[in-house]
Write a protein that binds this ligand. Structure first.
Ligand code: MRU
Length: 323
């Protein structure tokens, strides 16, 4: 089954409700930009490219309804702070004079970018490889096909035998709920582990590579991704396992000099203290919930975009790819 999380219906946007996967496959219909902004904030749709595409269609809805575009754009832009794809898609829409056509182009280009970077990344994997991934950088997180999981798809399509280990990804469980589901849909070999098990498997020599997505890549190669990615990158470095970041070029923020300048979203404490509405911690306990962390460029083996495979020194390889 080809997973695609976003459907444009001409006068409405349908989003596969990722809060309810894998238990239920339910679509949510959005008819206004405000509804799309809520869906992004509540993580009905999530993943950097997917929220960019959704915001683009949110502006398309606003233009069809004759709503105030600057207000709609501001609402969508403020939905989540870390993924640069959101602002990138909105800026691109605001330069267009046909919002529906432009949103469709953004979606198609994302799909094409994923397929292209998937092929480039697949070449980095051996014929028989076990790959660790964190969070969900798959079809569900993009217009379709995926970035980190796109590489895995392309490798499998190319005849390679790839086994995937998926970190559960506390607290929102994108790995347990989404990556496991998505890979199962396509019959790709997936093993689910909790986040605190990966060190053990690194020690056992289980992984040939780590592949993750990104929400924003700074000009020096520092990359923000789901909380816990940095921990995995440190483990990969210690164990000599290549650590790859896969993302469309729209995730590269040339205006952001380094990881310290990337805004890190702080989400609700309840996502930490509760599981599916059930409290798992004492009431009133202090909680922190940064939703992303930054992996320094020094821990990254290569960044794979549709513009090519970039390696250290990243400031130079990214500047070169930007030309
Ligand atoms: O909070 P989320 O689920 O939106 O976080 C998603 C990630 O961290 C992904 O790895 C990233 O957006 C890349 S998706 C291709």
């Amino acid at each position: 089954m080809q997973v695609e999380p976003i459907r444009w219906r001409g006068d409405s946007l349908e989003l596969l409700d990722q809060r309810r996967l894998p238990r239920e496959v339910v679509w949510m219909t959005c008819r206004t930009a405000a509804e799309v902004a809520d869906a992004i904030r509540d993580m009905v749709v999530r993943g950097a490219p997917a929220i960019g595409v959704s915001a683009a269609f949110g502006l398309a809805l606003a233009s069809l309804r004759g709503d105030d575009i600057p207000t709609a754009a501001a609402l969508l832009r403020s939905a989540r702070p870390t993924a640069v794809n959101l602002g990138w898609a909105i800026d691109r829409m605001l330069q267009s004079d046909d919002f529906v056509a432009e949103a469709q182009r953004i979606r198609e280009e994302d799909l094409a970018a994923n397929r292209h970077l998937g092929r480039l990344g697949a070449e980095l994997l051996g014929g028989n490889a076990t790959v660790l991934t964190h969070c969900n950088a798959g079809a569900l997180a993009t217009a379709g096909y995926g970035t980190a999981l796109g590489i895995i798809r392309a490798a499998v399509e190319g005849g390679k035998r790839i086994a995937v280990f998926a970190d559960e990804t506390r607290p929102y469980l994108q790995g347990a709920r989404l990556t496991s589901w998505e890979l199962q849909q396509e019959g790709i070999d997936v093993t689910l582990i909790t986040d605190n098990m990966s060190g053990h498997f690194f020690q056992q020599g289980t992984f040939d590579a780590v592949i993750v997505g990104a929400d924003r890549i700074a000009a020096n190669g520092d990359a923000a991704n789901k909380i816990g990615t940095y921990t995995v990158a440190v483990l990969a470095k210690v164990h000599g396992v290549p650590f790859y970041v896969a993302a469309p070029w729209s995730t590269v923020d040339l205006a952001c000099p380094n990881g310290a300048a990337i805004p890190i979203e702080e989400r609700s404490a309840r996502e930490v203290t509760e599981m599916f509405g059930t409290p798992i911690a004492p009431e009133g306990v202090a909680v922190r919930h940064p939703a992303f962390d930054v992996t320094p460029a020094a821990l990254i083996t290569a960044i794979i975009t549709e513009r090519g495979v970039m390696r250290a020194p990243f400031a130079e390889s990214i500047a070169e790819a930007a030309r």
